[in-house]
Design a binder for this molecule. Sequence first.
Ligand SMILES: Cc1cc2nc3c(=O)[nH]c(=O)nc-3n(C[C@H](O)[C@H](O)[C@H](O)COP(=O)(O)O)c2cc1C
Length: 188
Amino acid sequence: MDLPWGDEKTVKFVTNVGLITSDGPNGPNIQSAEWTHHISYSPGLIAVCLGRDRTTRENILATKEFGVSLAATDQNIMASVAGGSHGKDVDKISALKELGFKFYRAKEIKALMVEGAVLNAECKVAKVIELGDHTMFVGEVLAATAGNKEPLVYHSLTFRKPGEVVQKPAEKELERIKKLTEKFRKSG
Ligand SMILES: Cc1cc2nc3c(=O)[nH]c(=O)nc-3n(C[C@H](O)[C@H](O)[C@H](O)COP(=O)(O)O)c2cc1C
């Protein structure tokens, strides 16, 4: 079956908003990608899934590198602009600069990186996998820095701030749960 965009089931996921930067045949570009995931510690790998018509996909296929900047809660407008048009038609980087957003030169790749993001990771493509109607680019992280702002959250087609911490059960309840888990430990 399909899980289409905007479907009541599809919108249940909670994701980050990756700001994916690239610089290739279509020039410097940025797109939003909620399908941005950390998938390995050693080496550090990040996967992004991009639709077939994305300018970013074309750029990355040609250059084999991309930047991942995880949007902070004060970068929702940037995420809307980056996700609102195609780099083939609009110079989104210049538009964003005019809106006051800042970029800096990456150390290891040609693409620009977003200033003030929660995480900035410069990636070299390790694998390209065609999956359904998207292309997954697995990037090996060559350089990364983390800021201390809160990440922008995407859920139910809206941008959000991270919510409250769900408190752990009281010590007594934790003990009871531990005993119960032990009761069901598989032998051997
Ligand atoms: C919050 C948000 C999340 C998005 N997530 C994705 C995604 O994970 N993958 C994708 O291919 N497009 C995603 N998009 C849509 C692209 O950002 C949009 O198609 C953009 O115009 C592509 O730009 P490009 O053609 O310049 O690469 C998202 C858009 C928004 C606003």
